[in-house]
Design a protein around this ligand. Structure first.
Ligand SMILES: Nc1ncnc2c1ncn2[C@@H]1O[C@H](COP(=O)(O)OP(=O)(O)OP(=O)(O)O)[C@@H](O)[C@H]1O
Length: 254
C-alpha cells in the first residue's frame, strides 16, 4: 500500500473582507503519496500560488486542513513550524535563493549543518547529490560564477539534502532557458524514479508538467481534472495540451 505523505482536506482560502472577498480556493481535496511527482497547472489567478503557499506553510487557509506526519500543519505553533520546514519540507524557488557569500557546496550543505550533522557527513552527502545533478566541477564556486541552470540544480540538491518528506517547487524552470530547464527536470525525474523524492511542482509550462507522473489542473479555485502519465512523456505532453485546449484555456499566456 502506498504511504500518504500529505493529505489536503477541503482547503478554502478567501482573501479580503466580506464585501470585497476573493475566493482563491474553493474546497481542494488532494492526497499526495510517497514518491508521487505532481505538477499543478492552471490559468493565471486559478489559485496555484495560494495552494502552494498553504501546503508549504507560508500562508494559512480560511478553512480546511493539511495533514503531514499525522498533524494538521496549518494549526501548529511557529516553533514547530520552523522545525517542520527544516526537517520535513524542501523548497525550490523560481529564483534559486542561494546565499551569495557561500560556495555552492556550503549552500547545499547548509540545511544539514544547521541540523548539527558532522562536517564530514555534510560533505559526503553534498558530493553525492552534486554528482547526481552534474555539479561535481562546480561545488567550490560561488553563485555569481554559476549559470542559472547550475544554480537551480544546486538549489534542488539543497532541497533534497535533508531527505525531506516532500519537495515543493514553485515554477522551478521559470527563469531557465529550455536546455537548462530540461537538465533540471531530467534530474528531478531521475531522483523521483529512484524513489528518493516526492515532488509537487507548480508550473505554467506544459513541457515541464509532462515530466511529472500526474498533472492536476486548477481552475477558479477548484481541481478541474487530473491527468496521469502512461509510459511516454511525449504522449503525456500531447494529452496535457489537449486538455488545455478542450478547456478553452491557454495556460501559457499572461
Ligand atoms: N494577497 C492577496 N490578496 C487578495 N487577493 C489575492 C491575494 N493573493 C492572491 N489573490 C487572488 O486570489 C486568486 C488566486 O491567486 P493565485 O496567485 O493563487 O493564482 P495563480 O494561479 O498562482 O496565478 P498566477 O499564475 O498568475 O501566478 C486571484 O484572483 C488573486 O487575485
Amino acid at each position: 500500500m502506498k504511504n500518504k505523505v500529505v493529505e489536503v482536506k477541503n482547503l478554502v482560502k478567501n482573501y479580503g473582507a466580506k464585501d470585497v472577498q476573493t475566493k482563491a480556493l474553493k474546497g481542494i481535496d488532494l492526497v499526495i503519496y510517497q514518491n508521487d511527482f505532481i505538477a499543478v497547472m492552471g490559468p493565471s489567478g486559478s489559485g496555484k500560488t495560494t495552494l502552494l503557499n498553504i501546503l508549504s506553510t507560508i500562508d494559512k487557509p480560511s478553512l480546511g486542513a493539511v495533514i503531514l506526519d499525522e498533524r494538521d500543519i496549518t494549526r501548529i505553533s511557529n516553533k514547530e513550524l520552523s522545525k517542520l520546514r527544516r526537517d520535513k519540507i524542501g523548497f525550490i524557488f523560481q529564483d534559486y535563493n542561494l546565499l551569495d557569500t557561500m560556495t555552492l557546496e556550503d549552500n547545499i550543505a547548509l540545511p544539514l549543518s544547521l541540523n548539527g550533522v558532522s562536517a564530514k557527513e555534510c560533505m559526503e552527502r553534498t558530493k553525492e547529490l552534486g554528482s547526481l545533478f552534474g555539479l561535481t566541477d562546480h561545488l567550490k564556486k560561488y553563485p555569481y560564477q554559476l549559470s542559472g541552470g547550475q544554480k537551480q540544480r544546486g538549489a534542488a540538491c539543497r532541497a533534497l539534502i535533508t531527505n525531506p518528506e516532500i519537495i515543493f517547487a514553485d515554477e522551478p524552470t521559470g527563469a531557465l532557458d529550455s536546455k537548462s530547464g530540461r537538465e533540471l527536470l531530467d534530474c528531478l525525474k531521475r531522483i523521483n524514479e529512484e524513489g528518493r523524492a516526492t515532488i509537487l511542482m507548480v508550473t505554467h509550462d506544459s513541457f515541464s508538467a509532462s515530466y511529472a507522473k500526474d498533472v492536476y489542473i486548477l481552475s477558479d479555485g477548484m481541481i478541474k481534472c487530473r491527468i496521469s502519465r502512461g509510459a511516454e512523456r511525449k504522449e503525456f505532453y500531447d494529452r496535457i495540451i489537449d486538455v488545455q485546449t478542450s478547456m478553452g484555456g491557454d495556460f501559457l499566456c499572461e
